[in-house]
Ligand binder design. Structure first.
Ligand code: S3P
Length: 181
């Protein structure tokens, strides 16, 4: 085993991290950890509420705390929030804890996937032109997503096909053994 066994999905809103992690958890027998849902569960309130009432900085602190905890665990399929990977400390923790995969999505495809539900995405909902904001955010974040060691395209693919693509990359690289494959 070359690295501790977690598979960590990073990428922009609408890249399919959550639904792909669900398929990967089923295929590998690993535990699915959905960071946004876990933060909501612990706080007893939604992410838009956390942003609105306590501010983005508080959300980022909760995200960091959870990243530290996840990084101590093993056998997890982790779906991060779209901004988790932007923080250098989170990147270091996640990189040391497993195999980090960037799910790539174009701005047009991301908008097709999340544009109808921007109320759930406070960073977009607050902007006067949500689509332009999405484009800008994706552009500014791309150089950091590119730091992930593995890149997988998602445009035009459903979550199951993306999960297959991730597993194909895994079998080429074999970063560690998976129990059920
Ligand atoms: C965020 C993305 C969201 C959520 C929060 C902030 C971001 O997660 O963590 O709204 O900074 O891009 P998804 O990528 O799951 O939408």
């Amino acid at each position: 085993m070359k690295t501790p066994p977690n598979i960590v999905l990073v990428g922009f809103m609408g890249s399919g991290k959550t639904s792909v992690s669900h398929h990967l958890a089923r295929r590998t027998g690993f535990r699915q950890v959905e960071m946004d849902a876990e933060i909501e569960r612990r706080e007893g309130r939604s992410i838009p509420e956390i942003f609105r009432i306590s501010g983005e900085a508080r959300f980022r602190a909760l995200e960091r705390e959870l990243t530290e905890e996840i990084a101590r665990g093993t056998s997890q399929i982790v779906s991060t929030g779209g901004g988790t990977w932007m923080d250098p400390g989170n990147r270091a923790l996640l990189s040391a804890s497993g195999w980090c995969v960037w799910l790539k999505v174009s701005a047009d495809e991301a908008w097709r996937r999340v544009g109808g539900r921007i109320a759930e995405r406070p960073l977009l909902a607050a902007a006067p032109d949500a689509k332009a904001r999405l484009r800008e955010l994706l552009e500014s974040r791309t150089p950091l997503y590119e730091l992930a060691p593995v890149h997988v395209e998602t445009d035009g693919l459903g979550p199951e096909a993306v999960a297959e693509a991730v597993l194909r990359r895994w079998s080429e690289e074999r970063p560690f053994d998976l129990p059920e494959l």
